[in-house]
Design a protein around this ligand. Structure first.
Ligand code: NOJ
Length: 587
C-alpha cells in the first residue's frame, strides 16, 4: 500500500530556506535516538493531540487503539511535531469515551495492553517524540472499585468520604443538596439507594451520573493520585494533560449557583469563580503534583485543561511552582476579527509572560467544533454544544477551510507552544450530519437532544482514499460514521501534493523550526485595520482578514492560499521581508 511504502521511506529531511539577511537556525537532525530539546522543550513544542478511538484501528473492531497509533508514529515525525498528547486509554466503561476511568493503572482492552502503552512510549521516544498522557482527577467512573465500595458502605464512612456524598434537602431528603447542574445536562446530583432498598444519600457529578466527583479535601484521594502520577512517570511518560484542572475543589458549603445558559459549559465566570470551578484551593493540588514530577527531573510537564476566564485567571494555573502550560481557550474562542485576534495574542503573551510561562495556542480539540467549520459559523456556538442536521447555522466549507488555514499560519507563527488536533492537518471539517441514532456523546442524551455535543469533531481519520473506512480500519468498521466525501481529504490524497492542507502544515512546521519561531518574540506591523501582521525572528506573518488584497515585498516562505505580489482576502502568508530601499514603502 502507498502508505506502507512511505513508512519505509526513511527519516524526514528538511530543506531550510537560506536568506542572506536572516539568521537561519537549523535544528534538524534525522530521528534522534531519544526526545530532544532539553528540559525546556515544552516552551516551544508543537504538540499533536491524538484521540485514540479515532486515530487508527489495528484490530478491526472500529475503535482506534494503541497499536494503531504506534504504527503511524512516523507520519507524525513526517508532519514535524515535537510531541503527542493521548486522550485517555485507561480501563473504562466508555460512557464518556474514556474520561470515565475505572482503573487508572490499566489500559482498556479496547485500546490494548500496558505492554502496548510501553511500546508506544518507547517507539515515540526512539523517533524523538515526547508523549503526554491524559489524567482525569476530578471524577472516576461509577464502575471504579472505590465508588462501588462507597455505595455499599454507610453514610459518613471512610469509603464515602472519597466522594461528594450529601444528604438531600426537604423533609424526606428527596431534593438534591443544591441547584447545581451537570455539564452534560440535568441535575449534578443523583440519589443513591441504601443496601436495604431505602432511598439514601446523593452524590455529586459535575459531568455524567456515571462520573462521580472525588472529594479532593480527602488526603486518601490525594495520596492515591500521587501514586497514579508516579505510575505513569515510571513508565516514561513526559507529561500529563490534566482533565478539568479548574475543578476538583468546591466552595465550602456548596452554595447554590446558576450559570449563564449561553456561556461555555465548562467556563468559570470572568471575575467571580463559580463554586465548582476555579477555587483558589485547587492550586495546592498542582503544587503538590509539581513536586511529584520534580522527583523525575526537570523535563516532565503538567498541562492544564482549565476553562476559566479571563486570561489573567488562567495564568494562575501556570505560576512557577504549579503547572507548566495551560490550554489557551481564549485564543480558540476568538472570533474571525483582526482586532480581537491581535488583542488575544497581546493579552496572552502578557499574562502568561507575567508568570514566566509560555503562552500556548490551540484552535481545535475533541470538545469543540473543528476550526475548519467553527470559523464559518455566524452565530454563537459555545464549547460542547456542537452542530447537527437541524442547527440554525451551517458552516460554509470553503470559507471555513480558507479561514482555518489562514488562522493556523498565525498560530504556528507565534512564540510559545502550539497544539494541533488530529485531522486538522487534513483540513477536516466538523461532521455536521451524523444521524441521531449514531450519536455517542453523553451530552446528546443528557440534554434529550437539546445539544448535539462533540461527536462531529471525533470522527475516525481518513488515511487512504480507496480503502475500507478510508484506511482507518481494515474491516471497514467505524465507531462513528465517516462522511462520504472525506475520501477527497484522505492523507494519501494530500501527501506530497503542493497546496494541500497537509503540505501547508508540514511546510509551516519545518519553517517554524528552522527560524526558531517558537522561541521568538513578536513585533506588530501595521498593514491596515483588518490585517493581523507581526514579525517573529525575521519572518513576517501576515493574515489578511479584509476584503481587499494586501500588497507586500519579500519572499514567501509559505502561504495558506496561492499568493503573488499581494495577499488575497482570508489568506495568510509567512514572508521574508526585503529591507526597504530608500523611499520604498515596506508594506
Ligand atoms: C474534559 C474532557 O476534555 C471532556 O472530553 C470530558 O468529557 C470532560 N472533561 C469530563 O471528563
Amino acid at each position: 500500500m502507498r502508505l506502507e511504502r512511505r513508512l519505509q521511506a526513511g527519516p524526514r529531511r528538511v530543506h531550510p530556506v537560506r536568506e542572506d539577511d536572516v539568521t537561519v537556525v537549523d535544528t534538524h537532525s534525522p530521528h534522534p535516538a531519544s526526545p530532544s530539546g532539553g528540559s525546556d522543550w515544552w516552551r516551544t513544542a508543537v504538540i499533536y493531540q491524538i484521540y485514540p478511538r479515532s486515530f487508527a484501528d489495528s484490530d478491526g473492531d472500529g475503535i482506534g487503539d494503541l497499536r494503531g497509533i504506534t504504527e503511524h508514529l512516523e507520519h507524525l515525525v513526517d508532519l514535524g511535531v515535537d510531541a503527542v498528547w493521548l486522550s485517555p486509554f485507561y480501563a473504562s466503561p466508555q460512557r464518556d469515551a474514556g474520561y470515565d476511568v475505572s482503573d487508572y493503572r490499566q489500559v482498556d482492552p479496547l485500546f490494548g495492553t500496558l505492554e502496548d502503552a510501553d511500546a508506544l512510549i518507547a517507539g515515540a521516544h526512539s523517533l524523538g517524540l515526547r508523549v503526554i498522557a491524559d489524567i482525569v482527577p476530578n471524577h472516576t467512573s461509577s464502575d471504579h472499585a472505590w465508588f462501588q465500595e462507597a455505595l455499599s458502605s454507610a453514610p459518613h464512612s471512610r469509603e464515602r468520604d472519597r466522594y461528594m456524598f450529601r444528604e438531600g434537602k426537604g423533609p424526606h431528603g428527596d431534593l438534591p443538596p443544591n441547584n447545581w447542574i451537570s455539564v452534560f445536562g440535568g441535575p449534578a446530583w443523583t440519589r443513591t439507594t441504601d443496601p436495604n432498598g431505602a432511598p439514601g444519600q446523593w452524590y455529586l457529578h459535575l459531568f455524567d451520573p456515571s462520573q462521580p466527583d472525588l472529594n479532593w479535601e480527602s488526603e486518601a484521594v490525594r495520596l492515591e493520585f500521587d501514586d497514579i502520577v508516579r505510575f505513569w512517570m515510571d513508565r516514561g511518560i513526559d507529561g500529563l494533560r490534566v482533565d478539568v484542572a479548574h475543578g476538583l475543589m468546591k466552595a465550602p458549603g456548596l452554595p447554590d449557583y446558576t450559570p449563564d445558559p449561553q456561556g461555555g459549559s465548562m467556563g468559570g465566570d470572568a471575575e467571580v469563580a463559580t463554586p465548582y470551578w476555579g477555587q483558589d484551593s485547587v492550586h495546592e493540588v498542582w503544587r503538590r503534583w509539581r513536586n511529584v514530577l520534580a522527583e523525575y527531573g526537570p523535563d516532565r510537564i503538567l498541562v492544564a485543561e482549565a476553562w476559566v476566564h479571563p486570561l489573567h485567571r488562567m495564568a494562575e494555573w501556570v505560576r512557577p511552582d504549579e503547572m507548566h502550560q495551560a490550554f489557551n481557550f481564549a485564543f480558540l474562542e476568538c472570533p474571525w476579527e483582526a482586532s480581537a485576534i491581535q488583542q488575544v495574542i497581546d493579552t496572552s503573551l502578557a499574562e502568561f509572560g507575567a508568570v514566566g510561562a509560555p503562552s500556548t495556542w490551540v484552535l481545535s480539540n475533541h470538545d469543540v467544533v473543528r476550526h475548519a467549520s467553527r470559523l464559518a459559523v455566524f452565530g454563537k456556538n459555545p464549547q460542547g454544544h456542537g452542530i447537527g442536521p437541524l442547527s440554525e447555522f451551517k458552516p460554509d466549507r470553503v470559507v471555513g477551510l480558507q479561514r482555518a488555514r489562514a488562522l493556523t499560519l498565525v498560530m504556528l507563527g507565534l512564540p510559545g507552544s502550539s497544539y494541533v488536533y488530529q485531522g486538522e492537518e487534513l483540513g477536516l471539517p466538523e461532521h455536521v450530519d451524523i444521524p441521531d441514532e449514531a450519536r455517542r456523546d453523553p451530552t446528546w442524551q443528557g440534554t434529550y437532544g437539546g445539544r448535539y455535543g462533540r461527536d462531529g469533531c471525533r470522527v475516525p481519520l481518513p488515511w487512504l482514499s480507496d480503502s475500507p473506512a478510508l484506511g482507518f480500519s481494515a474491516t471497514g468498521e467505524t465507531w462513528l460514521p465517516q462522511p462520504h466525501d472525506w475520501a477527497a481529504l484522505a492523507r494519501d490524497v494530500q501527501d506530497g501534493v503542493e497546496g494541500s492542507t497537509l503540505e501547508m502544515y508540514k511546510g509551516a512546521l519545518a519553517h517554524r523550526r528552522t527560524f526558531g519561531l517558537g522561541a521568538g518574540d513578536i513585533t506588530w506591523v501595521d498593514l491596515g485595520p483588518d490585517v493581523v501582521a507581526f514579525d517573529n525572528n525575521g519572518v513576517r506573518v501576515i493574515a489578511n482578514l479584509s476584503g481587499a488584497a494586501v500588497p507586500f515585498i519579500g519572499k514567501v516562505l509559505t502561504s495558506s492560499a496561492p499568493v503573488d505580489s499581494a495577499i488575497p482576502p482570508s489568506t495568510a502568508a509567512w514572508v521574508l521581508p526585503k529591507p526597504a530601499a530608500h523611499g520604498e514603502d515596506q508594506a
